[in-house]
Design a binder for this molecule. Structure first.
Ligand SMILES: [Zn+2]
Length: 229
């Protein structure tokens, strides 16, 4: 298994410098969508998750519903691959694509795989991520519904205010395609209508940004990038 991911990483590193930034299409301010990883990667990873979940369900914790809907990349043994991919490849891409006042640095990466389906998580309510940039990569096809809806970058005090309908950006998940968005762009997932959807999520974090967020929360301040105020 390790061999698959290290070989895959080497092949990604050998791509032309602008392959990734050329692959992304802009969907809104600091929101990008593009075909980044191939079917082989997606199929291999879904198989890995299914085998892992099967083992957990059967042998370890049959009643824990958390484990049936999300599994960390650490548990799966692919955290190093995701960390390297995010830091060595996508950090540069993000800096060439995102409109920002200063260079974005990923201090740490928190990554996991989610599963949506009638028997698992069906949808997800409005929230922001604990990240400066989120990578959301769809690993399969054969489902309907379960769209990602983004509604504007927010500060902590405006994040729970009413949805602004004319600012909504809807993205349909597609196998091998990654959505890149600012972590503080609040978003939700519409109900899944059929099938199952597996996505690899990576929260790319930055300590200074995290501190700014909590400072604003504690002092009840809006932040300069907030689009909701
Ligand atoms: Zn605000």
């Amino acid at each position: 298994m390790k061999d698959f991911y290290s070989t895959y990483l080497t092949s990604l590193m050998q791509r032309e410098g602008n392959f990734f930034s050329r692959s992304f299409q802009s969907k809104g301010e600091n929101i990008f969508h593009g075909e980044i990883l191939d079917s082989e990667f997606c199929d291999y990873t879904v198989k890995l998750v299914k085998e892992h979940i099967y083992n957990i369900d059967k042998f370890v914790n049959p009643t824990n519903s958390m484990h049936s809907s999300a599994v960390s990349t650490q548990e799966l043994g692919i955290k190093n691959f995701v960390d390297t991919f995010a830091k060595d490849i996508l950090e540069d891409v993000v800096n060439s694509l995102f409109l920002n006042r200063s260079k974005i640095i990923f201090d740490s990466i928190h990554s996991y795989i989610v599963r949506y389906g009638a028997k698992y998580d069906r949808e997800l309510g409005l929230h922001v991520d604990d990240s400066i940039v989120t990578m959301n990569l769809c690993l399969n096809d054969g489902f309907s519904g379960s769209d990602l809806i983004l509604n504007g970058t927010t500060c902590p005090i405006h994040m729970d205010t009413a949805i602004i309908n004319n600012q909504e950006i809807c993205i349909k998940q597609k196998k091998g395609f990654m959505i890149l968005h600012a972590g503080k762009n609040r978003h939700y997932v519409t109900p899944i209508e059929s099938g199952e959807r597996y996505n690899l999520i990576a929260w790319c974090q930055n300590n200074d940004e995290k501190n700014k967020w909590f400072e604003a929360l504690n002092n009840n301040h809006c932040l300069d990038y907030c689009e909701i105020s």
